[in-house]
Design a protein around this ligand. Structure first.
Ligand code: AMP
Ligand code: MG
Length: 443
């Protein structure tokens, strides 16, 4: 199997790469692309590269609205009606016809009835009439403006207007939010809580979405031990499958946990084939660094088209990407923090695209002041763990969580953001502006 790089990719995305090729060609002859260097792959280029090979799921299913949270719309949602469906009041007050108001205030109007949300006033206003009206109530015939109750004085069945209201004030007109036939949400949209409400406001009960992405993963390593067993010297508990489970759960994919596999080629091969057979995406952790790379490399070369990169980043330097049979494959590093960083920097975005969202993008980045000096080598992108906090002057600033080792998972638990230090950045003084990516609130 070969996967074509599109012409578009070379023309628009990476102009310095000269020749269209395939993953297979790249593996056997990396020099066929001018600046393709698997031993120093910039983060942005790795992202672009991965994007070119992602083929989203096609199958769709029609689900009850609530079950569509976190799923991607397979068809445009068109408004079957105007929203709101009728002109109604935005405030509690009195509805009247603005033409009845003369230039010389105060104006007196007679209250001839009341309109409530869900209980309309059925009469028609004559000249000089008004109707007591509540928020959401349909505008009575003959009325076009609402004056809020605080701007009138009421005596028996007569109100006196204190000041001149603007024509059509406090009225929500039919179709003001959405008009009939309008595309409310486009195919490819990831459904969030507001969207459930928006679609419900149209009276639509079932929605066509792409099917769930199936993601299989396993850990690799002779040293890994499952929970509930005692640790011998040299062993560690397999924590990566738990962070992966958590991150994948937030993405709303179907999770297939294939356990921890020892560094045994036959077992790894069986696990890989089993994973690729049943999933759209296979994720492994560990075994892609130099020591074991050849091991995995041989195996993956036999069954797929997989590239091993040393991405110019910290943590997360070793990373493998490609295809095994029809499944997309991500070989993440073994170190627990590196697993999370590479997931959020590469896998999340790729996964959203595979789920059917065409415009998936890296997490947003913005700049804040850092309250501590940072040591950093230029030449690679660093994703330090940071804590964004509201400082005493009310401004938000960031500080690193402390030690930044890629095995220190506690740094991820403490962090509420990544501090993203680009390749060109070196040591930073206290007070320097740094880029942050907020972790809280990631769907
Ligand atoms: P590797 O990439 O396989 O060389 O692993 C790098 C480091 O990550 C080693 O210290 C491993 O023990 C550790 N590691 C690998 N897989 C896991 C895992 N599933 N859970 C916790 N630590 C791991
Ligand atoms: Mg290992």
């Amino acid at each position: 199997m070969t996967i074509e790089l599109t012409q578009h990719y070379f023309e628009n995305k990476l102009p310095r790469m000269t020749k269209p090729t395939t993953i297979s060609q790249l593996i056997s002859n990396p020099s066929c692309l001018d600046d393709y260097d698997p031993n120093s792959m910039p983060v942005a280029k790795a992202r672009l590269f991965i994007q070119q090979f992602l083929s989203p799921v096609r199958e769709t299913e029609c689900l009850p609205l609530r079950e569509c949270l976190g799923r991607v719309l397979a068809k445009d949602i068109l408004s079957p009606a105007n929203v709101p469906n009728y002109d109604n009041s935005a405030m509690d007050g009195y509805a009247f016809n603005v033409a009845d108001i003369g230039a010389a205030l105060p104006t007196r109007l007679k209250v001839i009835g009341a309109a409530f949300a869900g209980r309309a006033f059925n009469g028609v206003l004559a000249r000089g009439d008004c109707v007591r009206i509540m928020t959401g109530a349909a505008m009575p015939l003959g009325a076009d403006t609402v004056v809020v109750q605080e701007r009138v004085s009421l005596e028996a069945d007569t109100i006196t207007l204190i000041d001149a209201p603007k024509p059509h004030a406090n009225v929500r007109f039919a179709g003001e939010d959405l008009h009939i036939g309008q595309t409310v949400l486009a195919a490819g949209h990831l459904m969030r809580p507001a969207d459930l409400g928006l679609i419900a406001s149209l009276g639509i009960a079932d929605v066509e979405v792409y099917r769930k992405l199936k993601v299989a993963f396993f850990s690799t390593g002779d040293e890994l031990v499952g929970l509930g067993k005692p640790l011998e010297t040299g062993q560690v508990y397999d924590s990566n499958r738990y962070t992966l489970y958590g991150m994948l759960s937030r993405l709303g994919v179907e999770i297939i946990d294939l356990g921890a596999i020892t560094d045994d080629p036959a077992l790894l091969e069986a696990a890989l084939l089993n994973a690729a057979k049943q999933a759209d995406v296979v994720i492994t952790s560990g075994g892609v660094s130099v020591g074991e790379a050849d091991y995995m490399k041989l195996l993956l070369a036999k069954h797929g088209q997989v590239m091993f990169w040393k991405v110019a980043m910290k943590p997360g330097r070793p990373l493998a990407y490609g295809k095994v049979a029809n499944a997309h494959y991500f070989g993440l590093p073994g170190n627990p923090v590196a697993v999370m960083v590479t997931f959020y920097q590469f896998v999340r975005e790729a996964m959203l695209r595979l789920m059917g969202q065409p415009n998936s993008a890296p997490l947003p980045v913005f700049k804040v002041e850092c309250t501590q000096a940072i040591k950093k080598l230029a030449g690679r992108t660093e994703f330090q763990r940071g804590i964004l906090f509201a400082d005493t002057d009310g401004n938000w600033r960031v500080k690193p969580t402390g030690a930044q080792g890629s095995a220190l998972l506690s740094s991820m638990s403490l962090a509420n953001c990544f501090i993203v230090l680009d390749e060109s950045v070196g040591n930073l003084e206290t007070g320097a502006l740094v880029q942050v990516q907020v972790l809280d609130g990631i769907i």
